[in-house]
Design a protein around this ligand. Structure first.
Ligand code: AMP
Ligand code: GLY
Length: 434
């Protein structure tokens, strides 16, 4: 089949890398891709948000399956537009994508279906004083979430009430993130460890991929600002088989059946962002797509023809169960100096060839492009250096990934030095208690 992948980050490089291995894929395209993806797929010079252009391309080229990486085209109705023209898409409808596109919808949905999540209240932009009154009533820390998509800037964990008032002012009064973010969720701050679970689903049948753990903060020991994600590893040992069964029973099944009963079955990859609290797993957020960088460590663990699974999902008849290899993967993100704030681009990247030659290492490109035959930086997150080890050898995967990182240089390169450490700690605890 002819497959089109939409997006340009590390997640899309990992998707293209995996789909390239599918015997059922004859031709692979990516719009707009990056310098790494260009080696594996035909680049289509169309932005991920150019739904008209992408639709025309897919019709002209008779694309059999379109796989959507980022959330924005999904919340803007790409799937509905493509399906109306008879095209198959791996990714939810606009209505189903509201699980990510509107935090208020997601929280109200969880309330309606008894899905465990942080206690909360929602406030429209007109109800600022009610929001302030609620903040006065509840203890700090307090989490404030802008309703609409905000490219990772919509959530603030406020240590003090003063900070919470400031954030309310910015969102509701100054509308710093725009009109769709002027309504907010105010919620209790959960304590525990986070994990990400991806569910491939046709709306009813589903399969759960190995859980992963992201590293959201810019600095070691989870300090500093929130980022898109600075590294990941999978499987995440904190999610034991027993815990995963609980997550399926209390979260995944009620989410899928709730969406179906409400008339908007979710098809594609449902990303469940979890906090593992003292009182059990709770949903922090849903995303309507694969996570980045988690995808870079989850896909290398999968066996078999993923394109067929995606096609079954898009055709509403998922039958194949994905099989998972006995492997562990770790991914260290190399970012531009200054990220997640201001950073410079266009820095030549050295050592890519040497790093990629390392056994069991895959260098996924996130923000790169080719300029005069040289690969240069073109984004905040530049590379996802991923390594694989056998069995549950997380330590081996981590040291291999860092060895490859050591081969790569570019001006201002920054990476965390503690990716996967939490996973090593939980493995040691398990050994002690188990
Ligand atoms: P998001 O931008 O939705 O990915 O959320 C960013 C991060 O905010 C999450 O990964 C969590 O670390 C944190 N967060 C969101 N909601 C809560 C909560 N209720 N309690 C504690 N941390 C939270
Ligand atoms: N890794 C977090 C996300 O993809 O939203």
């Amino acid at each position: 089949m002819k497959v089109l992948v939409i997006g340009s980050g590390g997640r899309e490089h990992a998707l293209v890398w995996k789909l390239r291995q599918s015997p059922s894929v004859a031709q692979l395209y990516c719009a707009p891709g990056n310098a790494g993806i260009a080696g594996l797929a035909t680049i289509v010079q169309l932005k991920a948000t150019d739904i008209d252009g992408l639709l025309k391309f897919a019709l002209d080229e008779k694309i059999d399956l379109t796989v959507v990486g980022p959330e924005q085209p999904l919340t803007e109705g790409l799937t509905d537009r493509f399906e109306a023209r008879g095209l198959k898409v791996f990714g939810p409808s606009m209505e189903a994508a509201r699980l990510e596109g509107s935090k208020i919808f997601a929280k109200d949905f969880m309330s309606r279906h008894g899905i465990p999540t942080a206690n909360f209240r929602t406030f429209t932009s007109a109800a600022r004083y009610d929001a302030e009154r609620y903040i006065n009533e509840i203890p700090a820390p307090i989490v404030i979430k802008a309703d609409g998509l905000a490219a990772g800037k919509g959530v603030t964990v406020c240590e003090t009430k003063d900070r919470a008032f400031e954030v309310l002012h910015s969102l509701m009064e100054r509308k710093d993130l725009g009109e769709s973010c002027a309504s907010v969720v105010v919620e209790e701050c959960l304590a525990g460890e986070e994990a990400s679970v991806f569910v491939l689903t046709d709306g009813r049948e589903y399969c759960v991929l190995p859980p992963a753990q992201d590293h959201k903060r810019i600095l070691d020991n989870d300090m500093g600002k929130n980022t898109g994600g600075m590294g990941a590893y999978a499987p995440a040992g904190i999610i034991t088989a027993g815990l995963l069964a609980t997550i399926e029973r209390t979260i995944i099944r009620p989410t899928l059946s709730g969406m179906e009963r409400e008339g908007h079955p979710f098809r594609g990859c449902l990303y469940v962002g979890l906090m593992i609290t003292q009182t059990g797993p709770k949903v922090i957020e849903y995303n309507c797509r694969f996570g980045d960088p988690e995808t870079q460590v989850v896909l290398p663990l999968l066996e078999g023809d993923l394109a067929l699974v995606f096609q079954e999902v898009a055709s509403r008849k998922l039958r194949t169960q994905v099989s998972v290899a006995d492997r562990t993967a770790a991914c260290v993100v190399m970012a531009s100096g200054g990220y997640p704030g201001k950073y410079e681009s266009g820095k030549p990247i050295m050592g890519l060839g040497a790093a990629s030659k390392e056994k069991n290492v895959i260098v996924f490109h996130a923000g790169t492009k080719t300029a005069r035959d040289t690969v240069v930086t073109s984004g905040g997150r530049v590379l996802g250096v991923t390594a694989i080890a056998g069995g549950s050898d997380l330590a081996g995967a981590i040291s291999r990934a860092y060895r490859a990182v050591g081969e790569i240089t570019f001006d201002g390169a920054y990476y965390r030095s503690d990716i996967g450490k939490k996973g090593l700690r939980s493995a040691r605890q398990e050994e002690k208690t188990g």
